[in-house]
Write a protein that binds this ligand. Sequence first.
Ligand SMILES: [Mn+2]
Length: 195
Amino acid sequence: MRSGEVKRRTNETDISVKLSLDGTGKAEIATGVGFFDHMLDLFARHSLIDLAVTVKGDTHIDDHHSVEDAGIALGEAVKQALGDKKGIRRYADVHLPMDETLTRVAVDVSGRPFLVFRTSFKAEKIGTFDTELVREFFQAFAINAGLTLHVETLYGDNAHHIAESCFKGLARALRHALEVDPREGGRVPSTKGAL
Ligand SMILES: [Mn+2]
C-alpha cells in the first residue's frame, strides 16, 4: 500500500493528514471549514484515495490558514506516498462537467511543481467560504506534491459548481495519473530514469 502520513503544526494551524493512494475513497474529514470538508470528502471519493484530515486552525480570523496549510500537508502526504514514482501512469487529464460548468484538469506527476489556474468566480463567497481560497489550496497542493497542474474552467456560473468541478476534476485526474500501469513493469515513467 502506498501511504503517507503528515503532521504539521504552526502558530496558525495544527494538521494531521493520513492517506492511502490505493484505497477505496474512504474519507474522515474535519477541517473546521464546512465547505472545505465537502470538497475534501468528494476529492477522496473520486480519487479513490483513503483520506483522513484533521485541521485545528485559526478560523476565528478566517479560513485562509486552515485551507492553505491543509493543502501543504496533503501535498506532502501524496509526495511521501508516491516515493520514487515507479510504475505510475504519470499523465492524466479530464473534462469535468457539473451542470452548467465545465472544468478541465491536466496533471503531470513530474516532481516539477507548477500551477496554472484559470478559474474565476463571479461570487466572493460560497456560504461563509471565500472562493479565492480554492486557488490557494490548489497552489499549496501542487507545489508540495510536486505536480505540474493545469486547471481551467472553460465556462460556468455557479460558484459552488465551479469549485466542486475543480476538486472533482483534480480527483479524477489524479486517480488515473497515480495509478500503477501494469505495462510500465515497475519502471519510472521518464526517459531520464527519475522523476
Ligand atoms: Mn456540492
